[in-house]
Design a protein around this ligand. Structure first.
Ligand code: C2E
Ligand code: CA
Ligand code: CA
Ligand code: CA
Length: 279
């Protein structure tokens, strides 16, 4: 009683109440943000070191007038606990299609990848929130790549195989995001007809440090394996010239990371592209 209102803490594990309140507020704000069109999409260029071709990853951004800038790692998990993730995905797909249609010169000869949450695992959900939106905009599926994480496919591998095949029949490229972080990585390379893999940043970030032989060996192995299996390999989170040089010498097809470019709003993309030709 002495603690007044705070006495509720007695019944709830330390910190959990605040966490719960934060989540409820975030959920309510996100709902409002979707209504009021507060989400935007940034594009992070990825460079093919051989062909110099540039592709992009679309990454959602939320600048909330109430909460400030909320990183996706904070709000995507909240959206995934509810069905808001469906609306977030629709919004991202819609914005990417809009940009592809209105700025064709920026996206000629390139593909843009979109992250697909494990929550859209059902074919009907993918149809409603992904495929139909793309059809509405008459966007060309061959310009769109889908990034899915390993846990999504391994949740139910049989369904995962059907889903990948379905998306590929529709003409999308499908790649595995955050490759290597799960123990089942090698297993699904056998089972899924994928177009490529993205080596997780955790494997990349140390390769230019002293005593990095182990990390380099692992990355080398992943790249060789991928190339043998005819998979396109992207390294994510490349931040330094040393990392870039090592990855290029190991035969990695594509490099993504702050070394080239941070994710950018579409207005800044054009300028950034001019700068790329110096690499
Ligand atoms: P991810 O798919 O692995 O995306 C890569 C993340 O690494 C992005 O963070 C990107 O900004 C960041 N990054 C890129 N290059 C570098 C680098 O050189 N160094 C470092 N330290 N980081 C780098 P971001 O945009 O904050 O997104 C975080 C995660 O949120 C994404 O991880 C993805 O899982 C999720 N996410 C982002 N946008 C979407 C979306 O539209 N839909 C869904 N379902 N998830 C999304
Ligand atoms: Ca991704
Ligand atoms: Ca990733
Ligand atoms: Ca990652």
């Amino acid at each position: 009683k002495r603690e007044g209102r705070n006495s509720i803490r007695l019944f709830i594990k330390e910190g959990h109440l605040q966490e719960h309140i934060d989540e409820v507020i975030m959920e309510a704000e996100l709902y409002k943000a979707l209504m009021e069109d507060e989400l935007t999409v940034y594009y992070q260029p990825k460079l093919n070191t051989m062909t110099k071709q540039v592709h992009y990853e679309a990454l959602v951004r939320w600048f909330s007038p109430v909460l400030g800038t909320v990183p996706p790692l904070k709000f995507i998990p909240v959206a995934e606990k509810t069905t808001l993730i469906h609306e977030v995905t629709r919004t991202v797909v819609r914005k990417v299609c809009h940009d592809l249609n209105t700025r064709p010169e920026l996206f000629s000869d390139s593909r843009t990848s979109i992250n697909l949450s494990a929550c859209l695992f059902e074919p009907e959900l993918i149809d409603t929130h992904f495929v139909q939106v793309i059809n509405e905009y008459k966007a060309d599926p061959s310009k769109i790549e889908i990034e899915i994480t390993e846990n999504m496919l391994m949740k139910d591998p049989i369904k995962g195989i059907e889903l990948v095949n379905y998306l590929k029949e529709l003409g999308f490229r499908v790649v595995i995001d955050d490759f290597g972080v799960s123990y089942s990585s090698l297993n699904y390379l056998r089972k899924f007809s994928l177009d490529g893999i993205k080596i997780d940043r955790s494997f990349i970030s140390q390769i230019d440090q002293l005593n990095s032989e182990k990390d380099i060996s692992i990355v080398h192995f992943i790249i060789q394996l991928a190339r043998k299996l005819n998979l396109y390999v992207t390294a994510e989170g490349v931040e330094t010239k040393e990392q870039f040089d090592i990855l290029t010498s190991l035969g990695c097809h594509e490099i993504q990371g702050y070394y080239f470019s941070r994710p950018l709003p579409i207005e800044k993309l054009e300028h950034a592209l001019e700068h790329f030709f110096s690499y």
